[in-house]
Design a protein. Sequence first.
Length: 536
Amino acid sequence: MGNPVLSIEKLTLALPSYADRPQAVNDVSLSIGAGETLCVVGESGSGKSMIAHAVMGLLPTAVKPTGGTIRLGGRDLLSLDPAAMLSVRGREIGMIFQEPMTSLNPVMRIGQQISEMFEAHHVFDRPKRSKRVVELLDEVGLPDPQRIARAYPHELSGGQRQRVMIAMALALEPKLLIADEPTTALDVTTQAQILKLIDRLRRQHGTAVLFITHDFGVVAEIADRIAVLQQGTLVEEGTGTEVLSRPRHEYTRRLLAAVPSLVPPERSKSQPKEPILLVENLEKVYRKRSLFSAGREVKAAENINFTLARGETLGLVGESGSGKSTVGRCCLRLIDPDSGKIELGGLRISDLSTSALRPHRKKIQMIFQDPFASLNPRQTIGRIIADGPIANGVSPEKAFERARELLDLVALSPNAIDRYPHEFSGGQRQRVGIARALALEPDVIVADEAVSALDVSVQAQILTLIKELQERLGLAILFVTHDLRVAAQICDRIAVMQRGRIVECGETAALFANPQHEYTRQLFAAVPGGRRFRNR
């Protein structure tokens, strides 16, 4: 490999005394050569992102390096003072963060934010900076780069914002690019585009890439070498082929076994049941108007028709912006459809006023994508779960008793009822979100990307839990997802959405075996690692 661009030797990062283990990272050694991609994989809390932040000099104040070195081009980054690290960031190391919307300044135009990189490192005069910004936006494949440069972050899609982050990270052609879960929240086609873009830029510029992920499908697509971390310890390292085909460590084998297959499991045939949820000719149009233009219309949902029976799971699958979440929120009446019919248990809820709808809301509940954002950080989980029943007339004593039963049902300790959301892991918070959705004993649950942000092992646990609860309670589930592997494992039927319309619908096994619509075939072709994990 020659001299490595980045060399980490015996790195140890100590956690504060109140943490559940003494080190975030324990005696880890890694190296990356020019033009090479090293994928660091492991569950949440394994230390992956801590290593990235240590390289960037962005560790939380409570986490301290207590041993080892991090060398970039011969210099130990851990020995540099803050001023020296400022000159390294951007110029020698670029970083793509997981969530671009929280990394980009919402009140600055895209061009200004990229131009800041040049200003901070005193590169180029103002006209040259503006020209280079447009060149970078064009290089990462953004349409009409001059318009993008004038836009604000909220005016771009998730995939476009991630491309902006890549342009910013590569602005000064750094030796090392760190990508920290850059595709986790993206749909499969956008994810495939971003992975190809990073790989192309790596080959063009000879950049070393440290790619942090929990998605083995992504790893299968891009990894030259793989390092597997478990609770801060490096348990396995090797080439992509070695680790994926012949894993040596039991932990690696367990992670690979948890990757959902693209082959749907066999499902027993049952007699058709009466629909609990009926949607007919649903339409939703978003209108954007201004003082200076006539505005434009976006048809988020157009002529949507489906039924959902008790005990059945219907998957809504498609890219970001396809209208999946809009349909789910219309069913919940979180947003009002413009036309069409929604019936819940025979009652036409689409025509009810807000006050008339209130007593019926408990029959349809939601599991949100991000449990940390959807749980009140100032309330205990007991209060969060009990609030719904209390608002519907249940006494506080009975509501909290039911909350304890629900915590046990979702495999959390009832004794945790007085703890707060930040005291739980991501998977545990999602279990709290499921308990909250079940608290009102609904007939229907809308699960909106309920497992997309979870690592594969926790994802497998949550999917198993949802299926067990469905069988036990007879729930009907509308499962909104962009992950075809997840849809294969949990959905009885699939409805594929594109640009606000359902383009294909059918039983999961039949649709996966022989997709009829060209768009559906494109989705399957874009699944990262689809060939490797299809027939496991």
